[in-house]
Write a protein that binds this ligand. Structure first.
Ligand code: C2E
Ligand code: MG
Ligand code: MG
Ligand code: MG
Length: 287
């Protein structure tokens, strides 16, 4: 099935209001079709070391181009996340796409992060499936971080722990996304083998205005350090936020202040400019 009708903003609002559509817009079927035709593309947003200013890798964020413009993941991921097999299919698509793009610009020691939904844990063979998916590309599990959002999956923590452990053994890194919001909890941290914690952008957004928010972020950074996990702050939009987070010894930052998500070609250009511009005097915290 080809993608039906171009999707308009109106349609999308309507779709998300009712969560099912016929004849237009976003359904599991139109998403499948877009995946079949490889219409979906990945954009990449750099992750930067807050102490040195060095490039540390990217997060891959999916985009759905239509005649009417890009549909953002916030608009169709919720539909994907109602379906186990579609969730897994999307993850494999994203990984393949990222491996393809990254072969052109990836350098040693930096990882590409991809987002995955909790429903992917429905398949016990997840680590085999993902590892096999990367065969025939120039990248392996060690080149990727899996960002886990909101593990409602703690419904069956033994299972999730088992699958995460097998992913780690294969070489994937595991990141807890949007930490401090929704269902993400300290129980996750206690049980699950995370390498990285991502402090949700809502905390970063209020960092400068609100001293309680600052205290909480500081606590999250310390927590990450204690657990031996890398701490990443998302949604950094201002130089002042960089300074504040670097002072707290938060490891990595991501946000419009450094770069917006961009396609693979733009990322290559951005990297060149970033590396030439990267002058020690510009780096926050360096004297
Ligand atoms: P996320 O993983 O927490 O990604 C961060 C979101 O914040 C991205 O939105 C990114 O574009 C946006 N962002 C980055 N820097 C800034 C900033 O400085 N300010 C503000 N206001 N926003 C910033 P995006 O790309 O619309 O993605 C939204 C969510 O959709 C993601 O949140 C993730 O949960 C989900 N998502 C995106 N791509 C995928 C995918 O390939 N698979 C799955 N399962 N989920 C995805
Ligand atoms: Mg993420
Ligand atoms: Mg996030
Ligand atoms: Mg977020």
């Amino acid at each position: 099935t080809p993608i039906q009708k171009p999707v308009t903003g109106e349609h999308i609002r309507e779709v998300l209001g009712r969560f099912e559509v016929d004849g237009c817009g976003i359904t599991p079927a139109t998403i499948e079709a877009a995946l079949d035709e490889k219409v979906m593309v990945m954009h990449y947003q750099p992750k930067i070391c807050l102490r040195s200013g060095q490039y540390r890798g990217v997060e891959a964020l999916i985009r759905w181009p239509t005649q009417e413009g890009m549909i953002s993941p916030g608009q169709f991921i919720p539909v994907v996340e109602r379906d186990e097999s579609l969730s897994l299919r999307l993850l494999r698509y994203v990984l393949a796409q990222a491996a393809d793009d990254a072969s052109a610009w990836k350098d040693a020691g930096v990882r590409c992060a991809v987002n995955m939904s909790a429903l992917c844990f429905s398949d016990e063979r997840l680590s085999d499936l993902l590892t096999e998916g990367l065969k025939g590309t120039t990248l392996g599990p060690g080149d990727f971080t899996l960002e886990l959002t909101e593990t409602a999956a703690l419904k069956d923590p033994d299972r999730v722990e088992r699958i995460l452990t097998s992913l780690r053994i294969r070489g994937f890194s595991i990141s807890l996304d949007d930490f401090g919001t929704g269902h993400s909890s300290l129980l996750h941290l206690q049980r699950m083998p995370f390498n990285e914690i991502k402090i949700d952008q809502q905390f970063v957004a209020t960092l400068l205005r609100n001293s309680r928010s600052r205290q909480i972020v500081r606590l999250m950074v310390n927590l990450g350090q204690t657990l031996g996990a890398t701490t990443v702050a998302e949604g950094i939009e201002a130089e002042e936020e960089v300074r504040e987070l670097a002072d707290m010894a938060c490891d990595v930052g991501q946000g419009y202040h450094f770069a917006r998500p961009m396609d693979a070609a733009a990322l290559k250009d951005w990297r060149l400019r970033w590396d030439t511009m990267m002058d020690p005097r510009r780096v926050v915290g360096a004297e």
